[in-house]
Design a protein around this ligand. Sequence first.
Ligand code: HEC
Length: 179
Amino acid sequence: MEWNFWKKFVCAAPVLYGVAIGVDLCLGDSSEKVLPGSAADTLTLVDKRMAYLVYNLLDSNGMIVGADLQRGEDLFMRNCRPCHGDDGRRMNLSHDMWHPRYIGTTAHDEAPTFWYMMNFGDSARGMLPYIDEIPLSEMIDIAGFAQTLPRHPWSAQEAAEAMREDSILEAKRKKANQQ
Ligand code: HEC
């Protein structure tokens, strides 16, 4: 066969493949649906949660709309503060002290990553999944509040303030020990 034919064939192959997939999706057997709650259903759950975020919660700037920030703050303090700290800066998630990243940074700059981690966690990194613990409406408030947390390292002023508080606490502790 001619060289030209093969060239055309190679160019058309992806298009034909796409058409074939389209036909398969439209006419394909729908009895292969994943049963809700089956082992294969986990992916569907992730898809649904992520799609919910993208279609219902994010505006064009990637900000959560419709969150109750006050309720979000209360929920954050109850559920997330023990590990992530009052303002989300207890843990540096980048593990790079020169380019720190906190959950405030992730919530603001990468809402889908934040949303995924809050829902499904990451056992390798030690973050728990909250999908069965926290209702969806409360997660929306937490995510909205988390976007307002600081995204940058402590300023010199903030650090000085924290150190002052620490030394007051330390003095109190010493005093208590002496009694
Ligand atoms: C028991 C401790 C603990 C609690 C409670 C906790 N987390 Fe985490 N979280 C972690 C750990 C550990 C990591 C991973 C840290 C690392 O990789 O250095 C993490 C990571 C994350 C990340 C990933 C951020 C990134 O940029 O990679 C997000 C988002 C997050 N947590 C959100 C939350 C939210 C929201 C809550 C409250 C609903 C919460 N966490 C409660 C321990 C906790």
